[in-house]
Design a protein around this ligand. Structure first.
Ligand code: NAI
Ligand code: 15L
Length: 269
């Protein structure tokens, strides 16, 4: 696949979408933006619901690739997750197939595997092959998205990199995030690698910076050419002083998905 130039960024009004709108153009991409919500200062952004098949098809027409961030990003009633994340992602894949778009970068989540135990001191890092263990309906929709991506690759030759993102925010805000944080700059590095690596088929990668306290294995991400530059460690002393060391008796501290396993934050916040 030739290196993509024109990229549809769905979910462009959201937190990660806003960060990627700032960072991805530096890699030479021309972004076409889509979101349910209008974006201030972006009059050309497409305002559309993923539920609208015709609008989604029109949005993908002529782009080289899609970075798919749109959807409900926390726990919500199943019916809402079904519409936005499951049906919505299906509409996107079907539109991409019909319009001959070669590659999608799918924003999966650690919550697709959130019930996986977080590794203790000498345990090996969690591999990408770890079985799906969703911690919420939200995580279940991300497991579905990864399977949908595999299906569209096997059946239709549409490539995807499913990025199981840890926590991509300007700074880590919890002790758990020290282990799964991805700086926005590393996020852009990883999305760029996912857009440009050759012959990805359907690849699943973990999305984190090179954190000292990393919980999961970045081998498949590095194989795409991803070379993370950041580490959450400079934030560690302050966060541990404020929040304490993780409690091994608290399920929220012993699972990859953190408090999503017991008390998930609800969307919209
Ligand atoms: P966000 O909630 O800030 O942004 C999501 C955007 O999608 C919103 O602007 C919303 O309006 C839009 N959206 C929701 N339903 C839609 C629909 N039916 N049609 C069109 N647009 C719709 O979430 P954030 O943090 O920016 O995350 C972006 C993506 O990355 C999400 O898919 C999320 O699940 C995933 N992710 C994010 C992580 C993070 O640390 N920020 C971690 C793991 C995954
Ligand atoms: C996610 O999947 C969410 O979209 C994001 O808001 C964070 O909660 C992140 O996971 C996390 O686990 O920190």
């Amino acid at each position: 696949m030739p290196a993509p130039r024109t990229v549809l960024l769905t979910g462009a009004a959201g937190g990660l979408g806003t960060l990627m709108r700032e960072l991805l153009p530096d890699y030479g991409y021309q972004l076409r933006l889509l979101d349910l919500l209008p974006i201030e200062g972006e009059p050309d952004a497409i305002v559309a619901d993923l539920a609208d098949k015709a609008a989604v098809r029109e949005a993908v027409r002529g782009v080289d690739a899609v970075v798919h961030l749109a959807g409900i990003s926390l726990e919500a009633p199943f019916e809402k997750i079904l519409k936005a994340n499951i049906e919505g992602t299906y509409h996107l894949y079907e539109a991409a197939r019909e319009e001959g778009v070669g590659r999608i970068v799918f924003a999966s989540s650690n919550h697709a595997v959130g019930f996986t135990s977080s590794p203790r001191a000498d345990d090996p890092l969690i591999p990408v092959e770890t079985p799906h263990r969703p911690d919420t309906f939200y995580g279940l929709s991300k497991a579905f998205g990864e399977d949908l991506a595999q299906f569209y690759w096997d059946k239709h030759g549409l490539e995807t990199v499913s990025v199981r993102i840890g926590s991509c925010f300007p700074e880590p805000t919890s002790v758990r995030m020290l282990s799964v944080w991805m700086s926005p700059a590393d996020g852009a590095r990883l999305f760029h690698a996912a857009l440009t690596a050759e012959h990805v088929g359907h690849s699943v990668v973990h999305g984190s910076s090179a954190n000292t306290r990393l919980w999961w294995d970045l081998t498949t991400a590095r194989a795409l050419g991803y070379d993370p530059q950041d580490d959450s460690e400079p934030y560690a002393a302050k966060l541990i002083a404020e929040q304490g060391e993780p409690d091994p008796a608290d399920p929220a501290h012993t699972h990859l998905g953190g408090h999503f396993v017991t008390d998930p934050p609800i969307w919209p916040y």
